[in-house]
Design a protein around this ligand. Structure first.
Ligand SMILES: [Zn+2]
Length: 440
């Protein structure tokens, strides 16, 4: 069998400050290898004949395209696809009016199956091949997502046992029964997922955190998204026995055993110094969701801007996320673009495209413990990549690449969902915008 060569330009993250940018490059892999194709070699196209002089090569000409690694989204709600563009004047109102009634539909397994199939296609279309996912409170929202989504996903059913509408509320024992069964079955592909502190009884959070540790699962939840929410959480918990002296929102989760290196907190916008310290000490992870936190006029929830400086100062592990449906678009290119625009506007100079790419690929893979398999385009890693059509034929640079995306999204942000021409997973094409191939 010949080796497969994708001839294309490519970009691949090194770290926050640097990126490989290669013009006239080539990605080489053995498509016939069992268990998923891995890249054997990446480099300049002109070196192919020399490096592979004893091999037969099947060349696939994609010289009009730029490849980048499959993308990761560290926090999104796959069951909120239909509410992402609904009015978002206030977080709690948006949840009550649109999000929760919509999530209730997932109580029907046939609906869940149908929607999972559709969401899988959306993931292929935007090139997201991994990340942390919130389902509804129903177990099927986890099983269907894990069955259908292609790539490296960790999924959890949201826990809601109090302060939730009756139609979307479980008893503590119902919730724990599901957690136990799914944690045991899916281990590190499962995330114990308290929706957020006010909707879950403390003893359910404590017990489910214990179950997560027992089965090597992840934990994910929301933390410190806006000031009304923080006030509400603190009032609620300080009136509960055992939490009278709780210092902060983060401290509540800490007391319940939720913090740790396998815990991902969404948002974290209004943390005190003590909370940053706690996250640092426990090596907890933050999912930064710039498009969801953006202003209401930009289809976000207007929650504020994440402090990149503090995250860096406290050496917190973090990566980027769309937070669909708090965020309006699933495309991580929209998220990366918004990340750079918002932080640059706030004069946060370290927020570059290089950092954005790193935090939507390699850094996310590290957080998932998968950097030995995915996250970049280098030899030994899986042949997972996207192809984007080149907009100019001049010298490829990272800034030029993203500048053309920025320009396009300025005119038509919804077109972020159409930036990717092809998505390849383990050496197989699973999406093509021209033929609408959906593969698996
Ligand atoms: Zn969220």
């Amino acid at each position: 069998m010949p080796l497969t060569v994708i001839e294309c330009d490519y970009i691949s993250p090194i770290d926050d400050k640097s990126t490989h940018v290669v013009r006239d490059g080539a990605l080489v892999y053995d498509a016939s290898s069992a268990g998923g194709a891995r890249l054997l070699w990446v480099g300049k196209r002109r070196d192919l004949d020399h490096v592979f002089k004893f091999h037969r090569l099947k060349r696939i000409d994609r010289r009009q395209f730029v490849a980048c690694p499959g993308l990761f989204d560290l926090h999104f709600h796959w069951v909120q696809d239909d509410v992402r563009l609904m009015p978002k004047d206030s977080l709690l109102k948006w949840l009550e009016q649109y999000t929760w009634p919509y999530e209730q539909r997932f109580s029907k397994p046939s609906y869940t199956q149908k929607r999972a199939r559709r969401f899988k296609r959306e993931l292929h279309q935007v090139g997201t091949l991994g990340g942390f996912v919130y389902g509804s409170l129903h177990a099927e929202s986890v099983t269907e997502a894990l069955k259908q989504f292609v790539g490296d996903f960790v999924v959890g059913n949201v826990l809601m046992t109090m302060n939730s509408p009756q139609y979307l509320c479980q008893t503590s024992s119902q919730a724990l029964k599901i957690v136990k069964a799914l944690a045991k079955k899916y281990t590190h592909h499962y995330a114990v997922t308290p929706r957020f502190a006010p909707t879950v009884h403390p003893e359910v959070m404590r017990e489910s955190a214990r179950i997560a540790r027992l089965h090597d699962c992840f934990i994910q939840t929301h933390l410190s998204e806006n000031t009304d929410e923080i006030r509400f959480v603190l009032e609620l918990f300080r009136a509960m026995k055992g939490f009278e002296k709780v210092k902060s929102y983060t401290d509540i989760y800490h007391q319940l055993g939720l913090l740790g290196p396998k815990t991902i907190f969404g948002h974290c916008l209004h943390l005190s110094a003590g909370e940053w310290q706690l996250l640092k000490r426990t090596q907890s992870v933050i999912a930064h969701c710039p498009t969801s936190n953006a202003s209401v006029k930009d289809n976000g929830l207007g929650s504020g801007l994440f402090s990149l400086e503090k995250a860096e100062r406290y050496k917190i592990r973090w990566a980027l996320a769309s937070d669909i449906g708090g965020g309006p678009y699933l495309s991580m290119f929209d998220v990366m673009n918004s990340f750079v625009q918002q932080h640059q506007k706030a004069k946060v100079k370290q927020a570059t495209y290089s950092m954005a790419l790193n935090r939507a690929t390699l850094e996310s893979a590290k957080i998932m413990g998968l950097e030995h398999r995915v996250g970049a385009l280098s030899a030994g890693l899986e042949a997972n990549f996207l192809l984007l059509k080149k907009t100019d034929t001049q010298l490829l640079t990272l800034n030029r690449f993203f500048a053309s995306i920025k320009e396009r999204l300025q005119h038509d942000r919804a077109s972020s969902q159409e930036l990717v021409s092809e998505t390849w997973y383990q050496g197989r094409r699973i999406f093509s915008s021209s033929s609408k191939t959906t593969g698996q």
